[in-house]
Ligand binder design. Structure first.
Ligand SMILES: *Cc1c(COP(=O)(O)O)cnc(C)c1O
Length: 448
């Protein structure tokens, strides 16, 4: 085989040294996922391919559940569908005991179709259609109201059903997190939240029985939850004392970080991200210290990225290598930001299927899209990679297989490695058929 020519160059390379931001991710080799060789996975399912680990997902659920359930007597987990609503992933978490947390009619329907009873669904979000509100009320879902117009909608539903309806409201508040998420729910500090309660009470059709709050995502400060819980408890007693309404649940939302590396945070995840026990401690201890004696409202956690991120991998393959004009090394790989949406926020762990000799240098990994923004990773320290080298990205279990799109290329297959260590396909790779099946070409435009 002809050797490819490459212009000689001299470059000072620093690998593995500490800089002021800490050490780079070490070199990683990953030849298998849960005992299944990467080579076998790509031989059977192609490349790129998403791989989820049932064992990791169950272990993660059990350890997070344990962290909270061991500290507070009345804990309920609801799985955030938008984080990953693959049937197989949802079913695993439902089997473990999670309810469903949905933020649209579509997600509501998907949970119902999977077999989740309405009574185990929490319906959140700023856009709930009238039809879906009606269904959710009839099926006994927990509904957290986002704005005044939704109060009016739900009053109409209650009127139509000629009965009162239990509801929760979503609050937003200052917990020291910036930027503050103020676009969802009723603001606490401005008095808007109390106004909403007064409006609910005067309408007489809706009975407030819960408080919801989701302060943001990838929250790195456990004390922010402590502040949120403090304010939620104070507000719930304020409402109880003023209107005689008892809050049956306090829903603290999601936002717990995964062990991913956020862009702009240079410490490695094991240093930058507090352990789950710190969050459980902050939430449960505050709750226990603020609640009145013998009052244990249900603590609801709407787990999202923290639950599923580490259970997901993406196997990719290098297609070409390039030298850029600044002499830096780049590779074209077969998965881009169309498949790996979270590449915009995360510096993933990048692992090689096998050890490759040669000088390491910082590389950019471009996706296959003909788009300048298609950069999956940069500044990854890698040896010279031959064409066809397998790279494994992780953690990629959260927000990718919901936010991905068939832009330029179609979406890859998804495989689950089950608890027995066997791979099973849980979503087939898409192709041209999936792209065109909903298109209609007007007659006069048909090419002869
Ligand atoms: C997205 C979302 C979650 C899950 O968020 P994570 O940051 O992934 O934990 C929980 N609750 C609500 C209301 C959400 O919108």
């Amino acid at each position: 085989m002809k050797k490819s020519y490459e212009k000689p160059f001299i470059k000072k390379i620093q690998v593995g040294l500490m800089n002021k931001f800490g050490a780079a991710y070490g070199r990683h080799i990953r030849s298998e996922i849960d005992g299944v060789p990467v080579a076998e996975l790509t031989a059977r399912y192609g490349s790129p391919v998403f791989v989820f680990s049932e064992r990791r997902l169950r272990d993660r659920y059990q350890s997070i559940h344990q962290a909270f359930a061991s500290r507070y007597p009345n804990v309920n987990f609801s799985w955030s569908y938008k984080t990953n609503y693959l049937d197989a992933v949802c079913a695993i978490l439902h089997q473990e005991g999670e309810g469903a947390e949905v933020v649209s009619e579509l997600e509501y329907q998907k949970a119902r179709r999977l077999g989740v009873p309405g009574s185990e669904i929490i319906y959140n979000g700023p856009y709930k259609t009238m039809d879906s509100l009606k269904t959710a009320v009839q099926e006994g879902a927990t509904i957290n109201i986002d704005h005044f117009d939704e109060i009016y909608d739900l009053e109409e539903v209650a009127k139509g059903l000629e009965r009162q309806v239990k509801v929760g409201i979503r609050l937003n508040m200052d917990t020291g997190i910036s930027p503050q998420w103020t676009r969802f729910g009723f603001n606490l500090e401005s008095g808007q939240a109390l106004d909403a309660v007064k409006r609910l009470v005067s309408g007489k059709r809706l009975i407030l029985n819960g408080i919801h709050c989701h302060i943001g995502t990838f929250i790195l400060d456990p004390q922010a939850y402590s502040r949120a819980i403090t304010k939620m408890v104070e507000f719930s007693y304020q409402v109880e004392d003023a209107f005689g309404l008892k809050m049956e649940y306090l829903d603290i939302g999601g936002g717990l970080p995964s062990e991913n590396r956020l862009k702009g945070i240079y410490l490695s995840p094991d240093v930058a991200i507090p352990p789950m026990d710190d969050y459980a401690e902050a939430i449960c201890n505050t709750l226990l210290s603020k609640l009145r004696p013998n009052d244990f409202p249900t603590l609801i956690l709407e787990s999202g990225r923290t639950m599923v991120d580490e259970a997901g991998f993406l196997i990719t393959t290098t297609h070409a290598s390039k030298r850029l004009p600044d002499d830096s090394r780049a590779y074209v790989i077969d998965a881009g930001v169309n498949a790996l949406f979270t590449a915009f926020w995360y510096n993933f762990r990048v692992e090689l299927e096998k050890d490759i000799p040669g000088p390491h240098e910082p590389c950019t990994l471009f996706g296959p899209l003909c788009m300048n923004i298609d950069v999956v990773a940069d500044q990854v320290i890698l040896p010279p990679l031959p064409r066809g080298t397998r790279l494994i990205f992780s953690p990629v279990g959260a927000y990718n297989v919901t936010q991905w799109m068939q832009f330029i290329r179609s979406r890859p297959a998804i495989v689950l490695i089950n608890n027995e260590g066997f791979p099973e396909i849980i979503r087939e790779a898409e192709g041209l058929e999936d792209l065109i099946q909903r298109e209609r070409l007007p007659k006069h435009l048909k090419l002869s």
